[in-house]
Write a protein of this length. Structure first.
Length: 273
């Protein structure tokens, strides 16, 4: 155990799959009671049951972070049912609108959908929940950004810009909430093999020579991911959802009470700012 979160309730958005699932699993191992929040309620229920079967506490709730009413109803339900929420992880994120991996050009819909989920979704959940944290005069928030938010990318400018906005919003929220004993930080993951990266790789293959043509020998999505990671990461290895979970657990723990407004890279050295 790297962080004792016993007796604390942690809400993780987008927790039914991918990165969010890995984060929630690690927080459960640290003793936290987990709220699996996801727009896919069936998968959220299934994963919450898995956590309970493993000996930890968990409940599920349907939440669409782009819908203020959905966020409000979900948080109210949890607070009225199991009590205060002490920890928040804003993990829900997208790289584009549905079908983004099947087209080369980034569309207006991609920009709007990415900002609605990644940026406004983070704001919606944070601002709905921090009022309760202020009343408790206790709370920790971790936003999942990306190293993409610290660099440019002509292929996915909407995604990179949205993650830069999350990093900036983290600083603003940290300044606002510091006097209430609430710290706010963000984690910037590097390359993690998730369903999202599977689609990124699929998109590269769809457009062949126009994107990553320097890898003509690569035969499948996972191999492309590994090659990109190898050349872009000083430590020559990908990160895992659990790597991010451990960093999140630390930032949510009492050991990090004087860390706020920071963006911490967990990326094998890919970005050092």
């Amino acid at each position: 155990m790297i962080a004792d979160l016993t007796g604390k309730t942690a809400l993780i958005t987008g927790a039914a799959n991918g990165l969010g699932k890995g984060i929630a699993s690690i927080l459960a191992q640290q003793g936290a009671s987990i709220v699996v929040a996801d727009i896919d309620f069936k998968e959220a229920q299934f994963f919450a049951d898995e956590i309970v079967s493993a000996g930890s506490k968990a409940v599920s709730v349907k939440m669409d972070v782009t819908d203020v009413d959905s966020v409000d109803k979900a948080i109210s339900k949890i607070i009225n049912t199991i009590g205060p929420i002490h920890k928040l992880v804003n993990n829900a994120g997208v790289i584009g609108a549905p079908g983004w991996h099947e087209r080369l050009k980034v569309t207006e819909e991609d920009w709007d959908f990415t900002y609605d989920v990644n940026v406004k979704g983070t704001v919606h959940v944070t601002e709905r929940l921090h009022d309760n944290m202020i009343q408790q005069r206790e709370g920790s928030i971790v936003n999942i950004a990306s190293v993409a938010g610290k660099m440019g990318n002509p292929d996915r400018p909407n995604y990179n810009a949205s993650k830069a906005a999350v990093i900036s919003y983290t600083k603003s929220a940290a300044l606002k909430l510091a006097k209430f004993n609430i710290n706010v930080n963000c984690i910037c993951p590097g390359n993690i093999w998730t369903p999202m990266w599977d689609k990124i790789s699929m998109r590269q293959f769809n457009y062949g020579s126009e994107i990553f043509s320097e890898f003509p020998e690569v035969k499948d999505n996972r191999e492309l991911f590994e090659r990109i990671t190898e050349i872009s990461t000083p430590m020559k290895r990908a990160q895992s959802p659990e790597d991010i979970g451990y960093a999140v657990a630390f930032l949510l723990s009492d050991a990090a009470i004087n860390i706020t407004g920071q963006s911490i890279n967990v990326d094998g050295g890919r970005v050092m700012v």
